[in-house]
Design a binder for this molecule. Structure first.
Ligand SMILES: Nc1nc2c(ncn2[C@@H]2O[C@H](COP(=O)(O)OP(=O)(O)OP(=O)(O)O)[C@@H](O)[C@H]2O)c(=O)[nH]1
Length: 325
């Protein structure tokens, strides 16, 4: 059993208020044989969502003491520790954890919980971050609400929901806008959050080790759109890179720009290394490790940043300086 299989997969469901998260959760619970432990976070003191979830055979735990992304990260860790303990001790059985965040949550701290806490890293692996989008209202939210942008920036899977409420042109305009914000995510159109579950479960689309190479389409971005503060930058480089220079640059970069670097990931060609170097990060937190062998495939570095007000020319220039001499 490899490391990923031995850990508990986590699906993080996010999306702005009313976008269809609970509908999506119900869709998953109704259509999978798996047993899920569901963590629902609501903003107010009184939880409503647990009453809206059509209970089948899952455990539902509510965290109501605040927004999961702000003051209740400790509650989240406590809940997850309790869940993994009770699973190990065979007190409860479940195959995955699904977390539904509040519509106002910035998913970054939730994601970080799984990347920085030692026990969480041992017990859990993020399968995917699914962001629901209300096709009718999202444009307005994107114009004014930072959380809506960051929810899209963090997703590896974007479900454009409520497509019955918009016409073809609106939908086309919206999908282009979403692709500019996050060109690395898989984007699906749906109604009533209905989507084939193989598109959203066990995809390990958050984990670069599973995917290993970045979709080349990421790099076909049109660099001339600037309507959103949050955008992406993709860089490709054929020459081998110096790991030492990269590490120094990244340490510098996350200190200086970490706040606005929402998400970055790369598969890199390091000088003298037989294996790909895979790294990813969320704001100031980043981690890199050796991936699979290059073998006979052409060695090429691919790197994607998603962030706010990115200085694309400067980032590209700094990255090129990491080429090995
Ligand atoms: N017309 C239409 N309505 C939908 C669709 N999907 C969900 N809804 C409705 O939209 C409303 C909000 O859906 P929820 O699933 O509760 O959304 P949510 O994201 O969980 O909402 P919050 O938890 O309040 O943020 C409900 O009345 C749903 O029935 C859709 O594709 N089309």
């Amino acid at each position: 059993m490899n490391e990923i299989e031995s850990r508990i997969p986590v699906t993080i469901v996010t999306g702005y208020l009313g976008s269809g998260k609970t509908t999506f959760l119900n869709h998953i619970l109704k259509n999978t044989e798996e047993k899920a432990a569901v963590i629902v976070n609501e903003f107010g003191d009184i939880g409503i969502d647990d009453q809206l979830i059509e209970q089948t055979n899952e455990e539902i735990i509510e965290i109501n003491s605040g927004c999961i992304c702000c003051n209740v990260r400790k509650d989240l860790i406590d809940t997850l520790s309790m869940l993994s303990f009770s699973k190990k001790e065979s007190m409860v059985e479940y195959d995955r954890v699904i977390i539904e965040t509040t519509g106002l949550a910035d998913p970054a701290p939730v994601v970080q919980t799984f990347l920085m806490d030692k026990d969480m890293i041992e017990d859990y692996v993020i399968d995917s971050v699914c962001t629901l989008v209300d096709a009718q209202h999202i444009s307005r939210h994107l114009d004014h609400q930072g959380e809506a942008l960051s929810q899209i920036a963090f997703a590896d899977t974007v479900l454009v929901n409520k497509i019955d409420l918009v016409d073809h042109d609106q939908l086309e305009h919206l999908t282009k806008r979403l692709e500019r914000i996050n060109p690395t995510a898989s984007l699906y159109l749906c109604r009533n959050s209905q989507i084939s579950l193989d598109k959203v479960l066990d995809t390990y689309s958050f984990d670069l080790q599973e995917k290993i190479s970045i979709n080349p389409d990421f790099l076909n971005e049109d660099h001339h759109h600037h309507e959103d503060e949050v955008s992406s930058l993709s860089i490709r480089e054929d020459k081998p890179l110096s790991l030492k220079k990269l590490n120094l640059w990244f340490s510098f970069l996350v200190q200086i720009e970490g706040e606005r670097l929402y998400r970055y990931k790369g598969v890199l060609n390091i000088e003298g290394e037989e294996k790909r170097y895979v790294f990813q990060g969320v704001h100031m937190l980043f981690a890199g490790e050796a991936g699979s062998d290059w073998g006979k495939s052409s060695r090429q570095s691919e790197l994607v940043f998603i962030g706010k007000n990115l200085d694309k020319d400067r980032l590209t220039e700094q990255f090129r300086k990491c080429v090995a001499e």
